[in-house]
Design a protein around this ligand. Structure first.
Ligand code: RUB
Length: 321
């Protein structure tokens, strides 16, 4: 059909769904880039090259394909909104250029925001500090990297993060920064908190009440950190702010396949029991010390002010049919 997404869009959607492309910021950049690829392809394709309305419809269809991949990281729909709301022009060439420009601007803004929040987060870390991490967050790593670049000596205790072990990606990234790393199983976190000065995590979405939605296990870590008196911050650029929560919606928590929890083949031995695999959880604002963004540091309870300022116009769905 004229609105069939380009192969590049289907490949990006597949990579996001299978988590080959993962992490909220990386997913957002990939989605914005896929829309630019859709625009380039649609400006050449027979069905859309000379029909501005068909071109627009093909971009909306690509947006829907990308939107349907994973539900929790709001950076994905925020990226689609940013690009599709800037699609404008009377001709296909003008429409294509507007989408490609918006996509480029979005990705540049994403990189700049990450650098800027890294500087803010780094100011919370002192020379000689040990940080504990959970999952793999490029926003959280930006804070540690900026601290290292400020000349601070930082060590890390890295939780492996079952079931997908994104902690291994974090461990490698930190080692490459010259940060000494100790990898632990998730259940060892409380034992190691006594040796830790800060917990640093990322976010997939931030709710209007300051709740932080991040990789499953973050909320338990936050409660333990509070009990041990260790400050915990979430590093989250503002595309992680979830506009629909301003009007009372909740954030959907992705449930993934049981094969990530029990080895294939284990099912037979283990028998008829329920296996559940939620990918994310919600840390209540009272257990989070600070949300670090490119606009500075916020107590979770006041993030709603920034959310209204940046997303107050609501959560349009420019990809809708
Ligand atoms: C990744 C995850 C990360 C956030 C933030 O989950 O929970 O902490 O996405 O990452 P998954 P970033 O591996 O299931 O995608 O700071 O890079 O946006």
């Amino acid at each position: 059909t004229d609105t069939e997404p380009a192969p590049a869009v289907r490949e990006t959607a597949e990579a996001i769904a299978t988590m080959e492309t993962r992490g909220a910021a990386t997913i957002a950049a990939a989605a914005a880039e896929a829309l630019a690829e859709q625009a380039a392809a649609a400006a050449e394709a027979d069905a859309t090259a000379s029909d501005p309305e068909a071109f627009r419809a093909s971009l909306r269809a690509a947006g829907r394909t990308l939107r349907e991949t994973r539900p929790t990281a709001v950076s994905l729909p925020n990226a689609l909104r940013y690009v599709l709301q800037r699609m404008e022009g009377e001709t296909v060439d003008a429409l294509r250029d507007s989408v490609v420009d918006a996509s480029d601007a979005f990705v540049r803004q994403l990189d700049r925001a990450q650098d800027d929040l890294g500087e803010v987060g780094a100011n919370r870390l002192a020379d000689g500090d040990t940080v504990m991490t959970h999952c793999h967050s490029t926003d959280a790593l930006a804070c540690i990297e900026a601290a290292v670049e400020q000349g601070k000596s930082i060590s890390a205790v890295v939780k492996e993060t079952r079931p997908r072990q994104q902690g291994h990606i974090t461990a490698e990234a930190l080692r490459e920064m010259g940060v000494p790393v100790t990898l632990i199983v998730d259940s060892a976190a409380r034992r190691y908190l006594d040796e830790v000065d800060h917990v640093v995590v990322g976010a997939d979405s931030i709710a209007a009440d300051g709740g932080v939605i991040n990789k499953i296990g973050t909320s338990g870590l936050a409660v333990n950190a509070r009990e041990r008196g260790v400050p915990i911050m979430t590093a989250a650029q503002t595309i992680k702010l979830h506009p629909e929560t301003l009007t009372g919606h909740t954030v959907e928590i992705e449930m993934r396949d049981e094969d990530e929890v029990i080895e294939p083949g284990t099912r037979e031995a283990i028998g008829e029991i329920a296996v559940e695999n939620p990918a994310f959880d919600v840390t209540p604002p009272r257990y989070m010390d600070a949300i670090v963004t490119e606009h500075g540091q916020f107590p979770p309870e006041s993030i709603v002010t920034l959310m209204r300022e940046l997303f107050g116009e609501g959560a349009a769905e420019p990809w809708a049919e």
